[in-house]
Design a protein around this ligand. Structure first.
Ligand code: ZN
Length: 330
């Protein structure tokens, strides 16, 4: 991106109009919003020109931030944090976002965003390590998600100890709200995931990980997730996915699709893949019908389809397979 377009160049040097500001420190409260927006225009420009970025990608991220994370009372800091969350949610490099904002005087780090939804709500885990926004809108969970969660809980053989809601979280999260355990999921993220990762098992593996935190009795980590708890949840996800009939590649598809390690709270990609594999093999070893490794990449005979498909399907397979018998997780 050379920035040859007049409009973009103007965004890059906002003060050229004689009024707009280019750095957060130049802001004064009485300032016209059009001039103060120079700060974000310049950050946008820097991001669009960053290595691996484009105007289109930067626009996509700012648009997502506007739709999902910006509130009417947003400050430079909270709005920039929203852009960071949007970049995370889209699977883009968040360090370029941090650098772009740093250049205009807005320091945005994960640590800046409290890992809690409200004063009473504490996040145990956000699947990809993204910060859970301070303000979360929730709605009733959809049938597709509830069906998947029912399958996961049944396959675990444990009693469900949490409730489920659709919410404006970056991907999926396990939380404790007061004394209630909750799973929150971003419906658009889960819908996008099957297409992006090209695996019918993607949404199930994410939800199984989050549920693993609750069924394993994990509790709050104020400073973010503990790596060993993340690996326990990944191991649980691998175990459950095998019991539901997933090949190892299906259980690992989401983590395998990550381009790089980009979380400070979650373990490395290779450790997460190994934890999923360990859980999967553990379940496989207990399953007389577990196929040999070379047969494992066949497409699933029980795909997780779109909402429409599932709304006419029973939540559980019509004929229970030996794999769906309950086990007690140790
Ligand atoms: Zn987790």
């Amino acid at each position: 991106m050379k920035g040859t377009a007049g409009g973009l160049r103007f965004m890059c040097v906002p003060e050229k109009d004689g009024n707009s500001i280019a750095r957060a420190r130049d802001y004064i409260p009485s300032m016209d919003v059009h001039y103060s927006s120079g700060v974000f225009n310049r950050a946008f420009c820097i991001l669009a020109k960053s290595q691996g970025w484009s105007v289109q990608k930067a626009f996509e991220v700012f648009l997502r931030a506007n739709q999902n994370f910006w509130s009417a009372d947003a400050t430079f800091d909270t709005a920039a944090n929203g852009v960071l969350l949007a970049a995370s949610a889209l699977g883009y490099d968040t360090s370029a976002v941090q650098s772009a904002f740093s250049e205009v005087g807005v320091e945005v780090t994960r640590a800046m965003t409290p890992p809690v939804a409200t004063a009473q709500t504490d996040a145990i885990c956000s699947y990809l390590g993204d910060a859970v926004p301070q303000s979360i809108k929730t709605s009733s969970a959809g049938k597709r998600a509830l069906d998947m969660i029912q399958k996961i809980v049944l396959a675990s053989g444990l009693a469900q100890n949490f409730t489920v809601e659709a919410a404006t979280v970056p991907n999926a999260a396990a939380l404790i709200d007061g004394n209630k355990r909750k799973i929150l999921y971003n419906a658009a993220f889960l819908d996008d995931l099957s297409r992006r990762v090209q695996s019918n098992w993607s949404a199930l593996s994410v939800l199984a990980h989050e549920i693993g935190h609750h069924l394993n009795g994990h509790t709050l980590q104020i400073s973010g997730s503990l790596p060993q708890l993340e690996l326990e949840a990944d191991r649980f996800s691998g175990f459950i996915l095998q019991r539901l009939g997933a090949p190892l590649s299906g259980a690992q598809a989401v983590i395998a699709s990550l381009g790089q390690d980009r979380s400070t709270t979650h373990p490395s990609k290779s450790d997460r893949l190994e934890a999923i594999a360990a859980g999967w093999r553990d379940a496989c070893a207990k399953d007389a019908d577990c196929p040999k490794e070379q047969d494992l990449d066949q497409p699933s005979d029980e795909p997780i389809g779109q909402e429409d498909n599932l709304s006419v399907e029973p939540a559980m397979p019509k004929v229970p397979s030996p794999r769906s018998k309950a086990v007690i997780m140790q």
